[in-house]
Design a protein around this ligand. Sequence first.
Ligand SMILES: [Zn+2]
Length: 327
Amino acid sequence: MNQNAFQEALNIVSQRRIRAKAENERRYQEINQKIPEIAEVNYQLAQTASRILMGEDIEILKRQNLQAQRYSAQLLTNHGYPADYLEMHYTCEKCQDTGFLENRYCDCLEKLISSASIEKMNQETHLQLRTFEQFSLEYYKGIFKKNAKGEEIDCYLKMKKALEFCKQYAINFNTNSSNLLFFGKVGVGKTHLSLSIVTEVLKKGYAVIYDSIGNLLSQIEQEHFTTEKTEVSTLQMVINTDLLVLDDLGTEFQTAFTKSTLYNIINTRINKHLPTIISTNLSRALLDSQYDERIFSRLYAVYEIWEFLGEDVRRMKMQEKRSSQYL
Ligand SMILES: [Zn+2]
């Protein structure tokens, strides 16, 4: 999959370069018409190479060129144009839209490969986006549940707060946003609210990866043990994406490899200050018994923890559907 993403990224970079060149030519034509004196200066500048070949003194030519450039900039500003109007303007000045710096990828190319890969990845996992507007608090009305501390909680109030928090989180999202850990039983709205955050954050133009932990880890494991190395590995993308949303922690098949990979992902993203949202159906006690302490001691310290409480909304919706058939 990444070979395609690489090709796509290269195409974008070369389109940028072509566009920069075309725009530069257009500006030359415009200026040549509007300010004929510049056309003369530019003609002189264009002759430099052949004058060098004909054996003219390079130092003198350099001086003349510098003067000509200054004169040209002066004429531009006199006519109300920016002094650098006729220079090349690249999207990425660092690599001049080639995508390469000496023999490594420029950051701009890496970023493009990454977002193209992420787009493809989300297509492959058939990411179904949800919205906050589709989230109904009706299902939580009149329901009381005990939280992890054993306190009786009004689920409606609790989830109203969670909904508001997630909305604000999405609105204010940036790559310094906090990490979130969603606890809660199946069907209480963790996935819906995570996906609503994903929708908003994608709209803001950030790169987002959303997947179940099981899927993601098996993908990473597959790549790890195949000899053919792709351009950008899933692990690299997962570590570098602006927002990572990991669903269903605790349902994955656990091996030494998956555990150390999970630790690596969580830890590296904390160190890079990149936000991650994790959701799990397991209780905190079960999580603690399944994983190394080193994963979770760090996680509990750095993540903002939300406990979702309610009845299984999916089941309630199914029951509603069924009973409406008999009305
Ligand atoms: Zn670049």
